[in-house]
Write a protein that binds this ligand. Structure first.
Ligand SMILES: [Fe+2]
Length: 296
């Protein structure tokens, strides 16, 4: 196995070669990959033609897979294309056809084009995500990643001090609001409870590298002790700072690429593609974090 660093200047991202992820992998290899994920935030594997079972098997080396479990008004179980182990990040319906322009499932999925960290709106946010490109867009549809450690390091001292103990509230309601969607109209009153904002620290520290990062996402709609408009502007400023070119890696997908990233220290987003005329079948497995970061 060989790992080549993508952005040497900020120690961000690695391309892993000389490995076949469908094979049985021993602890030495998995520990090395885990160590590199902590250090580099994201790893890219090329030419890994895998099926769903193989993706599940490989994912489980890194921890417990978080079930999708989203039987909602927006997407019921019978409308799901993939098993519960997968997050369907494609633009497809259950019949493998592009979701229609006005479909709520499409609107909801467009939230993936906002900067975010997967499942930051859950009490126990995600650790890693694995995304496999089964079919990719010919034009566009890249995934962009931001290194939130390098972004933290470069913050002015007074901002570091200001955010040190801040607590933010994350919810899908907030991120979808930014797209002009009203979740209160899209799901039932009983379901809206599942979208209750959860409290997260704004600064995280990696246990292994001891590096700090900004825990940021478009899911943030409130910061404790801050007025609402101030929160929105402050979060926008932090996102603008963290997504400067020097902190970014943009992945142009080839079919059968697989990327693993560390949600604890990076943000990501999908970029535009013509989702009415192209097919982008990318499948995500998510590895759960192990504990709540803060009492709710
Ligand atoms: Fe995501």
């Amino acid at each position: 196995m060989k790992i080549e660093i993508i952005k040497e200047d900020i120690n961000f991202g690695g391309i892993v070669s000389e490995i076949n992820i469908t094979e049985d992998l021993n602890d030495t290899i998995i520990n090395e990959l885990d160590k590199k994920l902590n250090e580099l935030c994201l790893l890219v594997f090329k030419k890994q033609k895998i099926n769903d079972d193989q993706q599940i098997k490989f994912s489980k080396y890194f921890g417990k897979i978080e079930g999708a479990g989203n039987n909602t008004t927006i997407r019921s179980i019978k409308e799901r294309r993939l098993s519960d182990s997968f997050g369907d990040v494609s633009n497809l319906d259950v019949n493998n056809r592009p979701l229609r322009k006005t479909d709520n499932k499409r609107f909801f999925a467009l939230g993936n084009r906002l900067w975010h960290s997967d499942a930051s709106f859950k009490k126990i946010p995600a650790k890693y995500s694995l995304l496999s490109g089964r079919k990719v867009a010919k034009i566009g549809g890249e995934t962009q990643f931001a290194d939130m450690r390098a972004a933290y390091d470069d913050l002015p001292a007074q901002i570091k001090h200001k955010i040190k103990n801040l607590k933010s509230y994350h919810s899908l309601i907030y991120s979808r609001q930014k797209l002009g969607l009203n979740m209160y109209e899209m799901v039932s009153a009983e379901e809206i409870i599942n979208f209750k904002p959860v409290k997260q620290p704004l600064v995280r520290k990696n246990d292994f590298t001891k590096r700090k990062s900004i825990f940021l996402a478009s899911h943030i709609g409130e910061i404790e002790g801050m007025e609402k408009p101030d929160t929105i502007l402050f979060v926008n400023d932090l996102i603008e700072h963290s997504t400067k070119d020097k902190y970014l890696y943009t992945h142009n997908w080839d079919e059968n690429d697989l990327i693993i990233w560390d949600n604890r220290q990076s943000m990501h987003r999908g970029l535009y593609f013509d989702d009415q005329n192209e097919i982008r079948d990318v499948r995500r497995t998510t590895i759960s974090g192990t504990e709540m970061l803060i009492d709710q």
